[in-house]
Design a protein around this ligand. Structure first.
Ligand code: HEM
Length: 238
């Protein structure tokens, strides 16, 4: 049952994600609208997108508070997920053993960053005005995952050996059942359920900015309308 559910969740996430990318890729972009100053070569565009993904450059220019919270959250999330390899890999490569402390600290920074982003939406009038329920929902969901994670790390230890076995059974598509002998195990089940929920919601939500960034004309277009003649394929058509 758990195995079926896990594969259903992964299936919805993967197909949903690919479907959205397919939709993004087919949306016409008939006008040249890069945000200037913009790169004038393709290599320049690659560099621009790299800065966007690695440093959230335009967010930094546009909104310093959102950048601080957003960068703390995303950077820490990356470290947390790398640390999570210990629940999936056996034997665990030595590298992962060395980043365990960094991973735990990252968990705290991640939850702190999310809390900061949440307060920003609640306390700044003009941000609250443009916030929709789903903006809050995403933050609450991620906070729920982070807080249950930290609760397991610092207070209610789950049966990590049993969890690792569940994960390896899921990978090999054999049947798996979750440990249920302590509060830590219950918190783990909540943690896992929230992660599943996040994966199912992901392709239908604003979290798709993770893929959408590469399909944003203002970012990926080369600023070359003086060198190249662009003709809108719709021009003259009724
Ligand atoms: C199938 C996927 C996942 C499993 C099996 C899993 C399992 C766990 C477990 C067992 C812990 C307790 C840490 C310990 O003390 O050993 C933990 C902690 C944590 N998890 Fe997850 N988790 C998963 C996905 C995620 C995701 C997607 C996120 C973030 C969005 C996340 C965020 C955290 C955080 C912030 C902590 C606390 C910091 C840490 O100990 O690394 N987890 N997770």
């Amino acid at each position: 049952m758990l195995t079926l559910l896990a594969y259903a969740v992964l299936g919805i996430f993967t197909l949903g994600f690919l479907r959205r990318i397919w939709i993004y890729a087919r949306v016409p972009a008939p006008l040249v609208i890069p945000t200037t100053p913009a790169p004038v070569t393709k290599m320049g565009v690659v560099f621009r997108l790299f800065k966007e993904v690695a440093f959230f450059e335009s967010l930094f220019k546009g909104d310093k508070l959102a950048w601080v919270g957003g960068y703390a959250f995303h950077g820490a999330l990356a470290v947390v997920l790398i640390r999570h390899a210990r629940y999936f890999c056996d034997p665990l490569p030595a590298f992962f053993a060395h980043i365990q402390i960094a991973g735990i600290l990252a968990g705290i920074v991640m939850v702190g960053g999310l809390g900061f982003l949440f307060l920003r939406r609640l306390l700044i009038d003009r941000v609250r005005y443009i916030s929709s329920p789903s903006d809050y929902l995403m933050l609450i969901l991620l906070l729920g995952i982070g807080i249950t994670g930290l609760a397991m790390t610092f207070q209610f230890r789950p049966d990590i050996v049993a969890i690792k076995e569940v994960m390896s059974n899921l990978f090999s598509m054999s049947s798996a059942s979750l440990p249920l002998a302590s509060i830590g195990d219950v918190i783990f089940i909540i943690h896992l359920t929230l992660v599943g929920l996040l994966l199912v919601i992901f392709p239908f939500s604003k979290l798709m900015h993770a893929g959408g960034i590469f399909f944003s004309p203002t970012r990926y277009q080369v600023d070359n309308p003086r060198e190249v003649r662009h003709v809108n394929p719709w021009a003259g058509k009724k």
